[in-house]
Design a protein around this ligand. Sequence first.
Ligand SMILES: C[S@@+](CC[C@H](N)C(=O)[O-])C[C@H]1O[C@@H](n2cnc3c(N)ncnc32)[C@H](O)[C@@H]1O
Length: 302
Amino acid sequence: MATSIASSPDAHALSVVKSGADIHDHSSLVPQTISVMSNSFVDHRSTIWNDLLSSQVALFAEAEFQHLENLPGWKEAHSVADIGCGNGDYIAHVANTFPEKSYVGFDTSDKLVSIARQKFDQDDIIFHCMDIQDASPHSLFDCAILRFVVQHLQNPLDFFGSLRKLIHPNGFVVIIEPNLEASSSTPELKNFNALIKAYEALAKNLGSTRAKLKDHNGLHQLIGNSWQISNVEQIHSTHCREGWNKTGVAQILNGWVNIIEASQYLAWDYSSLRMEIEDWLNSSGQQIDIALNATTLRAANH
Ligand SMILES: C[S@@+](CC[C@H](N)C(=O)[O-])C[C@H]1O[C@@H](n2cnc3c(N)ncnc32)[C@H](O)[C@@H]1O
């Protein structure tokens, strides 16, 4: 049964309710997926996730916010949902940078939502531990952000059908996903790149959501007929040794290794991988460029 946000302890989330529901139903598609995102996985490893998510925000936010600022409709958007908000770092950073909006974070992991509530006890952000597929209010938000979430969805068509109900008909969705093929390191992190390649190949073989994000057609299959892709841009977050946030770069590289290792999908020599990262961080002249794909969706009939 659907859970109403109004009946949750955070009923004041309804202050951003707007009228005009638009219901689209989709038959479900359940692809075999490679996902490390089941609730128990996230909950049992919430410390690893918390560290990784925080460092990804610290490093990428500046480049991402430039993109948001220039996105048509962003300035006018009053109510923003961060779906799969994790530990809340991202939405809190967005709220501090764009304070004129109201924000609601949703995540299915109780552990990450309690971390988010503890870290960001502020009036302009509300956190719900909830799958949006169980949320009942319609047309609630002008904008939804899905950052590093779509790659993990188990049932994307149902998810995007539910999302359509949650977003105002003139609203939009911003999907941000890493594009590791367009990312690079100098000197090259060979062992690390080999791990990422193997992980991507495994995802592809399993027909995962992650693999489908790579191209326009693949993304279309995930979002269904109620959405259309209105814009795709690549964002680059580049860090070189001179003046870089070394701890942040180290946390991200090691964080990705930790998550892949903990997923137990790939047998690998993880200690030599960590040594490669350590040596790379301590040598000279390094540069790392992490590419993200930012895709905007709008309702198909608008
Ligand atoms: C990689 S984390 C990204 C967190 C955050 N967006 C960030 O960029 O820091 C993905 C999050 O999506 C959440 N998630 C996955 N499926 C979800 C769903 N159907 N509804 C809400 N949250 C979901 C997971 O619990 C996890 O915290």
